[in-house]
Each structure stands twice: as structure tokens, then as C-alpha cells.
Design a protein. Structure first.
Lengths: 482, 98
């Protein structure tokens, strides 16, 4: 049985048919990690003992012909900003280097109930701030398709792990594209749920009005299975909503009735021509099914980046204030001091990398007296305009299709000197985040590892809590693209 | 055109963020921020009169619960176990008062 061919569905069938054991597959993945992760660097930490124990439990249940969930025994990678009780969680930052989680995130609790297996924690940009995983304080993660290129970010470790067959699926988090963009760069499927569809309890907060946890997987079907397991109202996250998503196989008849909008603002010059061609290919594939397309307009698209990079640093500066090197973890080489002020300044200086520092300063600026109205309040109003653009368009169409990113994976260091250039690359994923809408990145086609082609992803954006529409279209796309 | 951000403003922001930047960091920060803030100027093009600020999320709804202690969530032991330094079951911190 080839790990390359495995999906969650196939794994579940194979387990039930006793073609292989959960333990065999888990060990196979760890074997693969031992070989491949030296070069790729997707994982920050592994939990082999627990994973093996969990897999063995599943094998016993199978041998006793007990009912097991579709996710039982499935080996998952988890982004290292999601808490698993008793395991280290660092947010890829020195300031949390020695922190051990004191509770399970709700999504982890749910996956434990489904008896999934956790292989380890994956690398990310520090505190999820970034789009290349280059901002990790600990290690570099390389794109499995080209080791000189970034996997994208901030969920670069999770995307690289799935793409290079070091996990069957993974959890990431998306605040402005951090699941979708690395998925586009690494040829995986990545779903950012509607804001509120998945509990944020146990996710290290970056931007509380934007963050969502979501699946990164090999297929849309796999992403749908994971999404169903992790979504739902949670008492511990009062922004979570019961969206009652039920996994289903879409019928061609139902899905064909969906109208897809193509917003002209996402197809302007400035996109890589290869990306443009790839997305046109995807559109062509849908058109072959006689699905109706319509040109639409989202006039405030270009303002999304300014809007986001005012709001996010403001929220992040509030969320990161708690990291003082006192209450979660101590920094090893910071000298003790009896003066509290000195302790704060020293820990934050040594604990935070350049990108968090930049955003903390920017956040302080947009929230400070004299600037608050011109920047923060203004940005919140622009956010409303961006959201209203979508409301209007969703009166004409059901789903919106766009490129996920303007380029394919870029080389290491290409954008690190120019933070603004890095920020502007988020332009296609940002509006859906600001509007709280569900959005998925799907690879245009299958990209074989070592095949010499860099992956391209297209994005589907749906109405609030209509993950069924974008997952349905995505599953259909996979069927016809086989 | 006058710079939006200067050393004095940066100094104030450092104080607010509890960060003390080194000289080279300060220089780069001023350069980067100036570029970024200049870009934000495009928002002035938009007429937002009468638009209510969007605080995020999908819709506003009050969520209430019973005013009862939930013993199932995080036990005191689990929380205290992870504190870097404890004394008598409390987190030990540097003196807060002079």
C-alpha cells in the first residue's frame, strides 16, 4: 500500500477491510518523516509514543469489529499554534519556546473523540504572522516541490507535511490566507471556514475577529471530512456558531445549478501569466460541465490590504500583550530582575522576532490617541464596504472563483527585505477573511512531486456558512479532473 | 511631504509596546513603517460617511450562559502545573509595586 495514494476515505476502507493496520500506517508515516523531514523541516516536534498507542487502540477496536469513525487512526499533523494538552506549543516563537499546553483546543478534543492520531506539531511563521514560514524563530521549512522555495505561510509546515506525504491531513489556521496560500504553493487543498464555524478555543490568538482553524488535505473530500469533525458551536468560544455542516456527496444535478462569479478585480494584469493560465484551465474544466459563469465586480478589493494591515496589528498588539516571559514560559537567557519594567522589556526584546515587533509597533500606532480615528476606525468602515461588495455579488451568483495567489511559490529571501511587498501578496485571500466568508484553495490539477511543475491553486469563496457549496463544487472538480 | 512617523513618535510607540529597539532596528522600522503608512493613505480615497464600523465576525448576537462554575474545563492543577515558577499554588512574578 502506497502512502502516496492514500486518502482518508481509502485509509478508512483499508482499515475496515483489514488490508493494513493503523499501527502499520502510523509507523510508515514516521518512517517517511525520518527520511524526508531532514530536508523539508515541516515538523517542530513529534509525538511518536502517543501516536503509536492511539493507533494500537484503533487496531484493537477493528479486530473486535467495533464501529469506528471515519477519522479513527488517521495520522494528522497539527500547526504549532493549536494546543494539545501536555505537549509543547511554541507559535514558532522564542517567547513560548518552553511552554507546554495546559489544555486541549476544542478542535483537538473533537479529533480525539473521533480517535484520530497526532503525528506532531508543524512549523509556522512566528505567531502566524507571515506568508512564507520564513519568520519562524526555529527552523526553515522548504517547499517539497522546490527546496529553494518557500512553502508559503503561515501554515507552511502543515502544507509541506501533507504535500510530501508526511501526514495524511493537517490542521492549519487562516487569518488572511494562512491556510489557502501555502495550500496553493504546495498543491494541497486548504479550507478557511466561515468565521465562527470552528471554535478558536485553544488556538493561540492572532487576530480574534479573523482567525479560523481549518483543514489542509490531499483532496476536497478529505478536507470536508475533517471540517465536519472540527466544526460546531463551542461554549468556550462565544463567537462560534452551529452551522450544522453534514458531509455529503454532491450530485452533479445540484451542483450544476450553482452560478460562479468571476470578479474582474482578481484578473487584472500583475498576476503571474502561468497562474492566470492555470486558473483559466480550472474555469474551463467547470465550463465543460455546463456550469454558468458570470462576470462580477468587487470594487473595494484593492483596499483590503491596507484595511487588513491596520486591523490585524491592532488586534495582535492586544493578543500578544500577554506574552511577557513571566506567565507561560521563561526565556532561558534573560537575566532575572526585580524591576518589572525591565523584565517586560527584556523578555519582549529577546522573545519576539522582527515581524511581531513590526506589527506590535504598527498596532500601537493605529490605536494610539490622535491616530485611532484616521486609521483604525477608518479601516473598520472600509471592512464594511468590502463585506458589502460580497453581499451584493452573492445576490447574482452563489460562489466566486479567483486565483488564490498572484504568483507561485517564491524563492527564500525574495520578499524578506520588503515587508510591504510581502503584505501585498495577500491581496486575493484577504477580502474573504475580512468578510468572514468561507474560502477554499484547490490545486488546478495533480502535481507530482519531482515533476518539475510548481503548483497553482484556485480559490472558491462562498456565502457565510455555505461550505457545502464550495466543498461540493470542489469535490465535483476532483471527480472530473481525475 | 512630512514623514508620518518620526523618532519621537516611534519612541512613544516603543513605550506602549514595551519594546526597546536597537539603533539599526529603529532605522529599519522607521523606513518600513513609513512605506506601509504611506500605502494606507489610499483609504482616504474612500467616502465612508455614514458607514458603521464592522467589528468583524459574521453577525452580532449576545451569547449568555448560566452563572455557574464549570468544573469540567481547566482544573486548577492543570493550570498551575504549567506555570514556570510557582509558590504556594500561585504564579510567582517580579514585584509589581515599588
Amino acid at each position: 500500500m502506497d502512502l502516496n495514494d492514500l486518502t482518508i476515505r481509502k485509509f478508512h476502507k483499508g482499515l475496515l477491510n483489514k488490508e493494513f493496520s493503523a499501527l502499520e500506517i502510523t509507523q510508515a508515516f514516521f518512517g517517511r518523516i525520518e527520511i524526508a523531514d531532514k530536508e523539508i523541516g515541516a515538523y517542530l516536534s513529534l509525538s511518536r509514543e502517543e501516536a503509536v498507542r492511539q493507533a494500537e487502540k484503533i487496531d484493537i477496536a477493528v479486530s473486535q469489529n467495533k464501529n469506528i469513525s471515519v477519522l479513527a487512526g488517521v495520522p494528522l499533523a497539527v500547526k504549532d499554534n493549536i494546543l494539545i494538552e501536555g505537549k509543547r506549543v511554541t507559535a514558532a516563537s522564542k517567547i513560548l519556546e518552553s511552554y507546554v499546553a495546559s489544555y486541549d483546543a476544542t478542535v483537538i478534543k473533537k479529533l480525539k473523540q473521533a480517535e484520530a492520531v497526532f503525528l506532531g506539531k508543524t512549523n509556522l511563521d512566528e505567531f502566524a504572522m507571515g506568508a512564507s514560514t520564513e519568520n519562524s524563530a526555529f527552523q526553515v521549512t522548504r517547499n517539497p516541490y522546490d527546496k529553494e522555495r518557500v512553502p508559503g505561510g503561515s501554515s507552511g509546515g502543515s502544507a509541506a507535511a501533507v504535500a510530501s506525504v508526511m501526514a495524511l491531513a493537517a490542521l492549519g489556521s487562516d487569518t488572511n490566507g494562512s491556510i489557502r496560500q501555502p495550500s496553493s504553493f504546495c498543491g494541497t487543498v486548504g479550507l478557511k471556514p466561515t468565521y465562527g464555524a470552528v471554535s478558536r478555543h485553544g488556538l493561540i490568538a492572532l487576530g480574534s475577529s479573523l482567525d479560523q482553524i481549518g483543514p489542509i488535505a490531499k483532496t476536497v473530500e478529505d478536507a470536508a471530512i475533517v471540517f465536519e469533525a472540527i466544526s460546531g458551536r463551542d461554549e468556550l468560544d462565544s463567537t462560534s456558531v452551529d452551522s450544522s455542516f453534514n458531509f455529503y456527496e454532491p450530485s452533479l444535478e445540484e451542483i450544476r445549478k450553482l452560478k460562479i462569479g468571476l470578479p474582474k478585480e482578481y484578473f487584472l494584469p500583475g498576476i503571474d501569466t502561468v497562474v492566470e493560465k492555470g486558473v483559466q484551465e480550472a474555469i474551463g474544466n467547470f465550463k465543460n460541465l455546463k456550469i454558468e459563469f458570470k462576470e462580477v465586480t468587487l470594487p473595494h478589493t484593492k483596499y483590503a490590504i491596507s484595511c487588513y494591515y491596520i486591523i490585524l496589528p491592532a488586534e495582535a498588539s492586544a493578543n500578544l500583550a500577554r506574552y511577557d516571559g513571566i506567565r507561560y514560559a521563561r526565556l532561558a537567557n534573560v537575566p532575572q530582575d526585580s524591576e518589572l519594567r525591565k523584565v517586560y522589556f527584556r523578555n519582549k526584546d529577546m522573545g519576539f522576532g522582527p515581524e511581531p515587533k513590526r506589527r506590535l509597533i504598527l498596532g500601537a500606532f493605529v490605536l494610539s490617541a490622535g491616530y485611532y480615528d484616521a486609521y483604525y476606525t477608518k479601516a473598520q468602515k472600509v471592512r464594511k464596504l468590502i463585506s458589502e461588495d460580497f453581499d451584493r455579488v452573492f445576490e447574482e451568483v452563489d460562489v466566486i472563483l479567483t486565483p488564490t495567489t498572484p504568483t507561485r511559490a517564491f524563492k527564500f529571501g525574495e520578499k524578506t527585505d520588503d515587508p510591504l511587498a510581502m503584505y501585498l501578496a495577500d491581496v486575493f485571500t484577504s477580502p474573504a477573511s475580512l468578510s468572514g466568508l468561507p474560502a477554499i484553495s484547490i490545486p488546478v490539477k495533480k502535481y507530482p512531486l519531482g515533476g518539475g511543475e510548481l503548483p497553482i491553486g484556485f480559490q472558491l469563496i462562498g456565502r457565510s456558512f455555505r461550505e457545502a457549496d464550495i466543498l461540493g463544487l470542489g469535490q465535483l472538480y476532483e471527480k472530473i479532473n481525475r | 511631504m512630512a514623514a508620518i512617523i518620526n523618532e519621537k513618535i516611534l519612541g512613544n510607540l516603543e513605550e506602549l509596546a514595551r519594546l526597546k529597539l536597537k539603533a539599526e532596528e529603529k532605522e529599519k522600522m522607521l523606513k518600513d513603517l513609513e512605506k506601509i503608512l504611506e500605502h494606507f493613505g489610499e483609504l482616504k480615497e474612500l467616502d465612508t460617511k455614514g458607514i458603521l464600523p464592522m467589528v468583524g465576525g459574521t453577525f452580532s448576537k449576545n451569547v449568555f450562559r448560566e452563572d455557574k462554575i464549570d468544573k469540567n474545563h481547566l482544573s486548577r492543577e492543570s493550570a498551575v502545573k504549567q506555570f514556570p515558577e510557582t509558590q504556594g499554588g500561585f504564579l510567582k512574578v517580579p514585584p509589581v509595586f515599588e
